[in-house]
Design a protein around this ligand. Structure first.
Ligand SMILES: [Zn+2]
Ligand SMILES: [Zn+2]
Length: 269
């Protein structure tokens, strides 16, 4: 079995805790076959004036130099980005230009901002029922699948549930079957990879999305699954990977998919 982790951050992201070279060195020492760094490219909303974009030229220049230094036949370090989706054309154009200028090895397409709030934080939920808050988030995920820039992985579906104020926080397939089906069918149709993200603290799920959504994806013909720890520090690389692989096996999945510069490599369990 090959170890992979395709969703991590270093101090090039505002919330990263470990330096890029330390993240990469640790991944190599842990014996990973494929290790992806996906710094935040959060031009989520121009109108909100959220410009937490990673220092793009500095990141790519440091990461490409490190890549040339550390990659071997056994260890592939991939230089990627987590693109925060926005419906605003200007924000999308920024990401299009990052993509064209720096050609990341892979992109995780994620939704953080909904209705002008990061849906991790309490302000987003003020005055909203759970159905409205989660529904608007899932609508945004659906729209993100039509992003105009290239992407490979659909990041952490269910993120909205991690810090919500409702008595039952879990986001469940059965509460939004039509929206989830639309999302999952579109992922399958477009040949994208659905991420299972182990950074789920607070979500009332061990990982996101949970097994109900993963089972439905499988039933709809989805086979491409990525593992991401969303580690922001060296000690969380590959966190809960074995547990997730066990859950995936139970559903019927047989491999983890890794996007490598436009190609999908399947790593059997
Ligand atoms: Zn994210
Ligand atoms: Zn992330």
């Amino acid at each position: 079995m090959k170890l992979t982790d395709m969703h991590t951050h270093s101090t090039f992201s505002a919330d990263g805790k470990s330096a890029l070279k330390d993240m990469v060195r640790t991944a190599k020492e842990m014996g990973l076959s494929y290790y992806g760094v996906s710094e935040h490219f959060d031009t989520d909303s121009i109108s909100m004036q959220i410009f937490t974009l990673t220092d793009v030229p500095a990141y790519f220049s440091a990461a490409r130099a490190l890549q040339a230094e550390v990659c071997t036949q056994e260890f592939r370090f991939l230089v990627g980005g987590e693109f925060g989706f926005s419906r605003e054309r200007e924000a999308q154009e920024r990401l299009l230009s990052v993509s064209a200028r720096f050609s990341p090895d892979f992109v995780v397409n994620s939704v953080h901002i909904v209705d002008n709030y990061d849906c991790y934080f309490p302000d987003y939920f003020a005055g909203k029922t759970k159905e409205a808050a989660y529904g608007a988030y899932l609508e945004m995920v659906r729209d993100s699948l039509d992003a105009p820039y290239p992407y490979d992985i659909v990041g952490h579906i269910g993120y909205v549930s991690r810090n919500s104020p409702y008595p039952v926080r879990k986001i469940r397939y059965e509460d939004f079957p039509d929206l989830y089906d639309d999302i999952l069918k579109t992922i399958v149709k477009k040949g994208k990879i659905l991420e299972v993200n182990s950074s789920a603290r607070g979500a009332e799920s061990e990982f996101l999305p949970d097994t109900d959504v993963l089972s439905r994806y499988y039933a709809l013909g989805g086979r491409l699954i990525s593992f991401g720890s969303d580690a922001h520090a060296v000690n969380r690389i590959c966190e809960k990977r074995a547990e997730i692989v066990a859950a995936l096996k139970k559903i019927g999945f047989t491999a983890i998919a890794v996007p490598v510069c436009g190609e999908t490599v399947l790593c059997d369990f």
